[in-house]
Design a protein around this ligand. Structure first.
Ligand SMILES: C[S@@+](CC[C@H](N)C(=O)[O-])C[C@H]1O[C@@H](n2cnc3c(N)ncnc32)[C@H](O)[C@@H]1O
Length: 502
C-alpha cells in the first residue's frame, strides 16, 4: 500500500495553475441534504457508483448521486449498525456516544464515510480515512457530502495524528492484513487509541467459518492478546477489543514477548513522515497513575483545560485566555461576512494554522466541522485539539494537502503566510494550493501582517478571489503579532474557463 501514501513531486514537476471546474459544475448541495445526495456533475466519476451500487454505497439518480446510508458490512443501514455496536458494549440508551465519553473516532477504510456521517447524529466526530485505491475518489464523495474525512492509508508511515487521540477505531471490511510485519498496522491503531479505547472490527475474519478465516482469526486473537487487548464483546459479524487503561498488563509480559514495548527514545506523538514501529507504546506515568486520559465527557472537554496541556508547557490560564480571544475573533469575522453569508453557507471548514483549536471551538454551535491543521513544527499542539474533542492533522504547508480540489467552504489562515516566509516557502504556491482546496464561492479569512496582506491583495484578481472582499485592522489582543495586523476576507468566484479564458 506504500504507493497510496503521500508522494510530493519534486519542484520542477509541480503545477502552478488554477484548476478549472468540471463541465456543468453546480454550487454543492448544502448540508444536511448533502449527506444523502450530491450533484453528479461535481464528481463526474461514475466508476465507484457502478461498482458499489450492489453494496448500497451510492446510486446514480438522474443528475444526482444518492447515498442510501448503507455500507459493505452494514447492509441494514449505518444507523442500526451503530445502535448494535452500542448494545454490544452495553452503553446506556443504546447510544454509542456513551454519555459523551466516546467523541473521537477513527474510521479506517471508510468508503464514502457513511459510518462517520451517521455518527454525527450522536455528537461523535469521526476522522474517516481511505486511500485513492481501486475505490478511486471515495474521499472526494465523502467531502462533497460534507462529512469529515481525508485521504489516508495504513501502509508504512504513521498516520499524522498524535498518540492517544481516539476513543474508538473502526474497520468494517477494510481489507487490511493486520498480521503483516509483526502486527505493525494493528500496533499503529494501538498507538492512536486512548487508554481504554475500542477497536471495532466487522470483517469475515471475525466470523466466517471457513478454514482460512478461522486461521486468521486465531492468529489475530493471539496478537491482540499479546498486545494486552481484551475482547469486550463479540456478536454476529463484529468483534470489539478494548485496550488497557494503564500499564499493569504490559508490566506482566514475559521478557522477550512479542511485539516488544517501544523504547524510551520513541516519541509516540512524532507522526509527520515517521515510519510505523512494530512495538507497543506504554503509557506515561500520569496515565498509569490516573488509569485513563482524565478527560471530561463531551462537550465539557471542549472548554476545560486538557490534561496534556502541561506536556506542551501551556498553563490553564493561557489556554482559557486563548479560547476567549478566539471567541471574540470569530464573532468579528461573522460580523464582517454578515451581509454575504447564509446559515448554511459553510460546512467543510479548515483552520490552516490551528494553534490550540480555539477557532474551531468557537464554531461549535454552527453546523460545520473543522479540519484543524497544525504545521509540523508545532505538531505537539495537535494532542490538545484532540483532547478537546476536535479533529485535525499535522501538515507541512510547503507541500500540498491530502485532499481533492473544491472540498472546503472556508479556509482560515492565521499568521500562516508570515510563517511560510520564515520557512522559505513560496507564498504563491500556498495561494494556489488554497485555491485548489476551496470551493467556488468559498471564503478565505487571512489574518496576518499588513505587508503580507497587501502583497496577497495584489494577487486577488489573478486568483479570481475578487468576488467579494472585506478588510479591517483588528484591535490588538494577547495573540496579536504586533500593531500592523490585518484581517482580509475574500470570496472566490465561480468561474468557468470556457467563458473566461485565462
Ligand atoms: C470494502 S471497502 C469497505 C468500506 C466501508 N468500511 C464499508 O463497510 O462500507 C474497503 C475500504 O478499505 C479501504 N482500505 C483498504 N486498504 C486500506 C489501508 N491499508 N488503509 C486504509 N484504508 C484501506 C478501501 O479504500 C475501502 O475504503
Amino acid at each position: 500500500m506504500e504507493h497510496y501514501e503521500r508522494h510530493c513531486p519534486p519542484a520542477p514537476r509541480r503545477l502552478n495553475c488554477l484548476i478549472p471546474l468540471p463541465a456543468g459544475y453546480l454550487v454543492p448541495i448544502r448540508w444536511p441534504r448533502s449527506r444523502d445526495e450530491v450533484w453528479r456533475a461535481n464528481l463526474p466519476h461514475t466508476h465507484l457508483a457502478s461498482e458499489k451500487s450492489a453494496q448500497g454505497w451510492m446510486v446514480e439518480n438522474g443528475d444526482k448521486i444518492s447515498f442510501p446510508g448503507v455500507g459493505t458490512r452494514f447492509h441494514p443501514g449505518a444507523h442500526k449498525y451503530i445502535v448494535h455496536l452500542a448494545q454490544m458494549l452495553e452503553f446506556p440508551y443504546g447510544k454509542l456516544n456513551n454519555q459523551g465519553n466516546i467523541r473521537n473516532v477513527l474510521d479506517i477504510g471508510c468508503g464514502v464515510a457513511t459510518f462517520g456521517a451517521y455518527l454525527l447524529d450522536l455528537d461523535i466526530i469521526a476522522m474517516s480515512i481511505a486511500p485513492n485505491d481501486v475505490h478511486e475518489n471515495q474521499i472526494q464523495f465523502a467531502l462533497e457530502r460534507g462529512i469529515p474525512s481525508t485521504l489516508g492509508v495504513l501502509a508504512t508511515r504513521r498516520l499524522p495524528y498524535p498518540s492517544r487521540s481516539f476513543e474508538l477505531a473502526h474497520c468494517s471490511r477494510c481489507r487490511i492484513d493486520w498480521l503483516q510485519r509483526g502486527g505493525l498496522l494493528l500496533l499503529e491503531v494501538d498507538r492512536l487509541l486512548r487508554p481504554g479505547g475500542y477497536f471495532v472490527y466487522s470483517s469475515p475474519e471475525a466470523y466466517a467459518p471457513d478454514p482460512l478465516n478461522r486461521k486468521i482469526w486465531r492468529q489475530m486473537s493471539n496478537l491482540a492478546r499479546r498486545m494486552c487487548w481484551r475482547i469486550a464483546s463479540r456478536k454476529d459479524q463484529t468483534v470489539i477489543w478494548v485496550k488497557p487503561l494503564a500499564n499493569w498488563c504490559y508490566m506482566k509480559r514475559l521478557p522477550g514477548a512479542l511485539p516488544p514495548m517501544c523504547g524510551h527514545g520513541d516519541d509516540p506523538d512524532a507522526a509527520w513522515n515517521v515510519l510505523m514501529k512494530a512495538c507497543i507504546t506504554p503509557y506515561s506515568k500520569r496515565v498509569n497513575k490516573f488509569k485513563g486520559s482524565e478527560l471530561l465527557p463531551w462537550p465539557q472537554r471542549l472548554t476545560a483545560p486538557p490534561p496534556r496541556l502541561e506536556e506542551i508547557g501551556i498553563s490553564s490560564k493561557n489556554f482559557s485566555e486563548d479560547s476567549e480571544i478566539w471567541h471574540s475573533r470569530v464573532v468579528l469575522y461573522w460580523k464582517l461576512m454578515k451581509t454575504e453569508i447564509q446559515k448554511d453557507s459553510f460546512r467543510n471548514v479548515m483552520d490552516m494554522n490551528a494553534n490550540l483549536g480555539g477557532f474551531a471551538a468557537s464554531l461549535r454551535k454552527k453546523d460545520v466541522w473543522v479540519m484543524n491543521v497544525v504545521p509540523f513544527m508545532e505538531s505537539g499542539k495537535l494532542k490538545i485539539i484532540y483532547d478537546r474533542g476536535l479533529i485535525g492533522t499535522i501538515h507541512n504547508w510547503c507541500e500540498s494537502f491530502s485532499t481533492y480540489p473544491r472540498t472546503y467552504d472556508l479556509l482560515h489562515a492565521w499568521l500562516l503566510f508570515s510563517e511560510m516566509v520564515n520557512e522559505g516557502c513560496s507564498l504563491e504556491d500556498l495561494l494556489i494550493e488554497m485555491d485548489r482546496i476551496m470551493r467556488p464561492h468559498g471564503y478565505a479569512i487571512i489574518r496576518d501582517k499588513a505587508s503580507v496582506v497587501n502583497y496577497i491583495k495584489k494577487l486577488l484578481p489573478a486568483l479570481r478571489w475578487d468576488d467579494w472582499s472585506s478588510e479591517m485592522k483588528p484591535k490588538n489582543d494577547a495573540l496579536s503579532s504586533g500593531d500592523d495586523e490585518r484581517v482580509l476576507i475574500v470570496r472566490k468566484k465561480l468561474w468557468d474557463q470556457a467563458l473566461q479564458p485565462l
